[in-house]
Design a protein around this ligand. Structure first.
Ligand code: 5U1
Length: 699
C-alpha cells in the first residue's frame, strides 16, 4: 500500500486509518463505541484533509472511500441494488454557504436555474439512529438491510418485520420494486425505560438511544427485537421500478395517456416523500420543510436547534437536499456522498474527557450528589468542567472510576452527565469512589436509608449548604418571589453568619447590604423593598417556600386551601393531612415530621415576629374543570404555558408536569415532544389552544 512509503504524511494516514477502522468495528459491529461522534468526525476530517493534500496516499481501502463497516457474519448479507450513500458534513455557516454556492453555480451553468434564481431545498432532521433499506416488491416487504459498507449490508428482515411502524404491505397502487431508505431509532423516553428494565435484570445497558436501536436490531432472536420500542422514518429511496401507470424508472417517460392515471408525484424530493407517506410509510412530515438559498437553510438550522432538546428522539443535525430531482441527477455524486445533499451537524452532545475527581454536593434537602470534576471539554456548545453522577449506585452501575476517560453528555439545557467510562483506556491507578461518612460542608453524618438510593446529610438547617439552598428556594419566583436575592448574595449572607434562617431575611436593612459584593445603595434599597413585599405571601407560597420534602407548588396550594391557616397546618395530624385531595401518606408524613421539629416551628414564630402574615388562598369559584388534571407541552399560539395553567386552575382544574393514566387532557402546542407521544400511547385526549379555550368557555 502506498502509505508504507514512510513519509510523515503516509505514516499519519496509516495511523489514522487503523484508528478509524478500529472505531468502525467498535461502533458498527459491537455497538460499543469508545470515542464520541465528535472525536470520530475529527479523525475522519483529519484523514480527509490529509488525503486532499496528498492524493497519492488515497487507497481503495481507506475509510474515506467507504461508508461504514463490513457486515457482521451472523446475518446474511444483502447487496444493495442502489448503493446506500453517506452525507457530506457542514459544521458552520461558511460550509453551508459554500455548499449552496457550488450547487447554485452548477445548476445555473446547466440552465436549470435562471441567473437570479436561488436553489430550492428540502430540509429534514438528521435522526440519530440506524440507516436501513426496506425492499418492497409488488407492495410487499420482502427484505430489509442495514447500510453496512454502503454496497453490502446485513439482512435484518426478520427483525425489521417486528417494528410496528413499518408496513409489511404498502397501501394503494405500489410499484413493482420500491426500496425505501430511512432511519430506525428509539425515543429517549423508551430508551430510559429499556435501560432501567435491563439494569433491573442485570442485563446490558446501552450508552445512548442510537446504540440501543442498533443493538436491538442486531438481535439474533427477533422475539427480543419485537419487545424493543423501535421506530422508523423514511427519508429517501433506492431502486424504483415498474411504477403504477406503466412508467418504469422515476426518470423514464410515462406511456402516453398514463400521466393522469399515475399516482407518481412530480419530480421533487418533498413530493416523493409525500408519495411514500401515501403508501403508508412513516415520514417525518411534522418537521420537514422547504427552504430557499443558504439563508433559508440557516433559518431551518436555527429553528431546529431551538427545538432539539424538546424532540422525543436524538438528532445530530439537519439534512439539506436539493428539492428538484432532475437537479439532483445533474449534480450527481462524489466518492462517498451525493453533491445534492448536505448534513449540517449540531455541536456534539457527547465528548470524551478525563475524570479528575469525584466530589459531593449537598442539596436543599440534604441529598448528596456525587459530582464529576472533569478536564474541561467542549460539548453541547459549551465548555463543561462538572457533570452529575446522580448517586452512588449509578457510579457502581456505570463502573466509573477517578482517572478514567469518560463520555460526557450535555443535551439542551439539561445538566451534563457522565454516560460511561471507556474501559480500554482505564489507567492502572484508577480509583473507586467512596461515599464520605461526613458532610463536607457541616461535618454532620451522612446517612443512607435502606430503601433509598440517595444518601443525605443529617445536618438539616445546621448545614450551611442546605441553608443556602433553602433560602434560594424560598426567594424563587414560585415561592416568595423576592427579586434580586440571587445565589451569590445568599452565599455572602449565610457565610457571614448574618442570615441563619428564612426569618433573618426580613430583618435585613439597606445599610448592612451596601458594600456586599456588587451591592450599591440602589440595589440594597430595591432588595429590602422586594423583601418587604414578600411579608404578605399567599399561604400556599409560604408553605412551598419552607422547602418541605415532597411538597411542590400545587400540593402546597391544595393544603393551604384546605386548612386556611399556617397554625392549622402545623397542628394537623397525618389523617387530617391525608384528607386533602391528592395528598397521600408520603406527603402527609413529610409535612407532619417537618412541623414536629421545634426549630421549624421556631422559624414560623420568628417570621410572624418579623411581620410576615400569610394570606388565605382564594378558593376557585369556577368548578368547570374540577377534578380534571391537565398537562401542558409545546408552544401555544397565543398563551404562555403559565397563562394557560392559571386559567385552568382558575376553572378548578389541576396542572401537572407529567403525563400519566390520571391525565384528563394534554394541551399541546407547536413542537410538542415526548409528552405528546406518551399521551397518545395512553389514549389521553389532546387539545390545542382553541379546544382548551372552548373547554374554558372562552371561545
Ligand atoms: N433525514 C435524512 N437523513 N439522511 C441520511 N435524510 C438523509 N439522507 C441520507 C442520509 C444518509 O442520504 C441520502 C441523501 C443519500
Amino acid at each position: 500500500m502506498s502509505q508504507a512509503g514512510g513519509t510523515p504524511a503516509a505514516e499519519t494516514a496509516a495511523r489514522l486509518r487503523a484508528e478509524i477502522e478500529q472505531h468502525n468495528v467498535r461502533y458498527y459491529v459491537y455497538d460499543d463505541p469508545s470515542i464520541s461522534d465528535a472525536d470520530y468526525d475529527r479523525l475522519m476530517r483529519e484523514l480527509q484533509d490529509l488525503e486532499a493534500a496528498h492524493p497519492e496516499l488515497v487507497t481503495p481501502e481507506s475509510p474515506t472511500q467507504r461508508v461504514g463497516a463490513a457486515p457482521v457474519s451472523a446475518f446474511g448479507s444483502v447487496r444493495h441494488a442502489v448503493p446506500m450513500l453517506s452525507l457530506g458534513n457542514a459544521f458552520d455557516e461558511e460550509d453551508v454557504t459554500a455548499f449552496d454556492r457550488r450547487v447554485t453555480d452548477t445548476l445555473r451553468g446547466a440552465g436549470l436555474l435562471g441567473p437570479a434564481q436561488q436553489t430550492e431545498y428540502f430540509c429534514e432532521l438528521k435522526l440519530d439512529g440506524l440507516a436501513i433499506s426496506l425492499r418492497y416488491e409488488d407492495g410487499r416487504l420482502v427484505q430489509a438491510a442495514t447500510r453496512g459498507d454502503g454496497q453490502t449490508g446485513e439482512d435484518v428482515t426478520s427483525n425489521i418485520r417486528t417494528i410496528k411502524a413499518i408496513p409489511l404491505q404498502l397501501t394503494g397502487p405500489a410499484p413493482k420494486v420500491l426500496e425505501v431508505r430511512g432511519e430506525v431509532l428509539m425515543n429517549r423516553a423508551d430508551f430510559e425505560k429499556l435501560n432501567a428494565a435491563q439494569a433491573k435484570r442485570d442485563e446490558k445497558v446501552f450508552v445512548n438511544p442510537r446504540n440501543a436501536a442498533a443493538g436491538s436490531l442486531r438481535q439474533l432472536d427477533p422475539r427480543i427485537t419485537a419487545k424493543r420500542p423501535l421506530r422508523f422514518f423514511a427519508y429517501g429511496w433506492g431502486e424504483v421500478q415498474g411504477l403504477p401507470g406503466g412508467q418504469n424508472g422515476l426518470f423514464d417517460e410515462a406511456p402516453a395517456g398514463a400521466a393522469e392515471a399515475s399516482p407518481l408525484p412530480e419530480k421533487f424530493h418533498g413530493a416523493m416523500l409525500d408519495w411514500l407517506a401515501s403508501l403508508g410509510l412513516p415520514v417525518n412530515v411534522k418537521h420537514n420543510l422547504r427552504a430557499t438559498g443558504a439563508e433559508g437553510l440557516m433559518a431551518f438550522y436555527a429553528k431546529v436547534g431551538a427545538l432539539r432538546a424538546s424532540l422525543p428522539y436524538d438528532i445530530d443535525g439537519v439534512v439539506y437536499k436539493v428539492d428538484s430531482l432532475p437537479a439532483q441527477k445533474l449534480l450527481g455524486f462524489v466518492a462517498r456522498a451525493p453533491r445534492f445533499a448536505l448534513a449540517h451537524k449540531f455541536p456534539a452532545e457527547e465528548a470524551t474527557t478525563t475524570l479528575l475527581d469525584i466530589e459531593v454536593q449537598v442539596g436543599r434537602t440534604g441529598a448528596i450528589t456525587p459530582v464529576a470534576r472533569l478536564k474541561p471539554v467542549f460539548v453541547g456548545g459549551v465548555t463543561v468542567t462538572n457533570a452529575t453522577l446522580h448517586n452512588e449506585d449509578e457510579i457502581r452501575r456505570k463502573d466509573v472510576r477517578i482517572g478514567d476517560t469518560v463520555i460526557v453528555r450535555r443535551a439542551g439545557d439539561v445538566i451534563p452527565e457522565v454516560v460511561s467510562a471507556v474501559l480500554d483506556k482505564r489507567p492502572a491507578d484508577a480509583r473507586e469512589f467512596v461515599m464520605p461518612k461526613e458532610c463536607p460542608v457541616c461535618g454532620s453524618a451522612i446517612e443512607r436509608l435502606e430503601d433509598e438510593t440517595i444518601a443525605r446529610c443529617t445536618g438539616g438547617l445546621f448545614c450551611a449548604a442546605q441553608r443556602k439552598q433553602t433560602l434560594w428556594h424560598a426567594a424563587s419566583r414560585k415561592a416568595l418571589d423576592i427579586e434580586g436575592l440571587g445565589e451569590k448574595l445568599v452565599e455572602q449572607l449565610v457565610d457571614s453568619g448574618r442570615v441563619k434562617s428564612l426569618a433573618d431575611l426580613f430583618s435585613l436593612r439597606p445599610l448592612e447590604l451596601v458594600g456586599l459584593d456588587r451591592m450599591g445603595q440602589k440595589s440594597a434599597d430595591n432588595l429590602v423593598e422586594a423583601i418587604d413585599k414578600a411579608r404578605a405571601p399567599a399561604l400556599g407560597r409560604l408553605l412551598f417556600a419552607l422547602g418541605i420534602r415532597h411538597v411542590g407548588e400545587t400540593t402546597a396550594r391544595d393544603v393551604a386551601r384546605h386548612f386556611g391557616s399556617i397554625e392549622a397546618i402545623m397542628d394537623a395530624d397525618e389523617d387530617a393531612l391525608s384528607s386533602v385531595p391528592d395528598v397521600g401518606p408520603v406527603v402527609a408524613g413529610s409535612i407532619r415530621r417537618f412541623f414536629a421539629e421545634q426549630h421549624n416551628r421556631d422559624v414560623i414564630d420568628q417570621l410572624k415576629a418579623q411581620g410576615v402574615q400569610p394570606v388565605a388562598e382564594a378558593v376557585p369559584q369556577d368548578t368547570t374543570l374540577a377534578g380534571k388534571t391537565f398537562v401542558l407541552t409545546g408552544t401555544l399560539p397565543n398563551w404562555t404555558r403559565e397563562e394557560a395553567s392559571m386559567r385552568i386552575q382558575a376553572a378548578g382544574g389541576k396542572v401537572s408536569g407529567s403525563v400519566s393514566k390520571k391525565t384528563a387532557y394534554l394541551v399541546a402546542g407547536e413542537d410538542a415532544g415526548s409528552k405528546l407521544t406518551k399521551a397518545q400511547e395512553l389514549g389521553v385526549t389532546v387539545l390545542d389552544e382553541d379546544a382548551l379555550k372552548a373547554l374554558l368557555g372562552e371561545s
